[in-house]
Design a protein around this ligand. Structure first.
Ligand code: SAM
Length: 227
């Protein structure tokens, strides 16, 4: 067993210096979740290089700076009920679970995460079991563009695949006072949007950085798999 803790600390320090990590809660979460456990064995030695890595089926685990940035923008809090669309490896779900459910045991939140590719959902479940985050994360197989009405409304929604537009069901399933982070654009380039629903249910949208994600495929996303 290789100990990656020094590499993890170095990467997190770099993300703090670059101004990507700005809060103690995100710093603590990125230091706590072992990214190497969410990366296929053959890529493990690159787990702490700040890049996306392949996880099979044409999909990727996002780069650590993108996970940190999206988590900062989402601003999850202990006790929150979170919906993630695009489970992939399960790493982002574990980072969210660390904040909403693990850092403050008196306020147990939960993360529901949806993946459309069954083999990846299984990969994520195994990774979450090995790291014990499965206690705070439920993985659902399905089309996440339709959300997961069973547990709505959500305090926070994070989409980790590129959408052509903000899926209407996700707006409906966001709590008043809630927040969603989603990459929206074309298949070559997107922009991170921060969607806020105020206490009266009014929607406001702010734009953040440009980014590049694999497509969100489904009823309220792209209509076909271009891979
Ligand atoms: N959050 C992931 C992680 O931490 O490893 C990385 C997500 S990867 C960039 C995008 C994922 O979204 C892929 O696994 C892809 O299969 C999934 N995806 C695409 N469209 C989807 C949909 N409609 N519903 C659920 N998952 C979807």
């Amino acid at each position: 067993m290789i100990d990656y803790s020094k590499e993890r600390e170095r990467l997190v320090e770099a993300l703090v210096e670059e101004g990507v990590i700005r809060s103690e809660k995100v710093k603590k979460a990125m230091l706590s979740v072992p990214r190497e456990e969410f990366v296929p064995l053959e890529h493990r030695r690159w787990a702490y290089v700040d890049h996306p890595l392949p996880i099979g089926h044409g999909q990727t685990i996002s780069a650590p700076h993108m996970v940190a940035l999206m988590t900062e923008l989402l601003d999850p809090e202990p006790g929150h009920i979170v919906l993630e669309i695009g489970t992939g490896s399960g790493y982002q779900a574990a980072v969210l679970a660390e904040i909403v459910a693990k850092q403050d045991p008196s306020r147990r939140g939960h993360v529901y995460t949806i993946e459309r590719i069954p083999e990846l959902a299984e990969f994520a479940i195994n990774n979450l079991k090995r790291t014990s985050y499965i206690n705070y994360v439920t993985v659902i197989i399905g089309d996440g563009t339709k959300g997961y009405p069973e547990k709505a409304p959500y305090d926070r929604i994070m989409v980790t695949a590129a959408a052509p537009d903000i899926p209407k069901p996700l707006i409906e399933q966001l709590k008043n006072g809630g927040k969603m982070v989603i990459p929206v654009g074309n298949l070559g380039l997107q922009r991170l949007l921060i969607v806020e629903k105020n206490i009266d249910g009014r929607i406001s949208v702010k734009e953040d950085t440009y980014c590049l994600f694999v497509p969100l495929i489904g009823e309220y996303g792209w209509k076909y798999d271009y891979y």
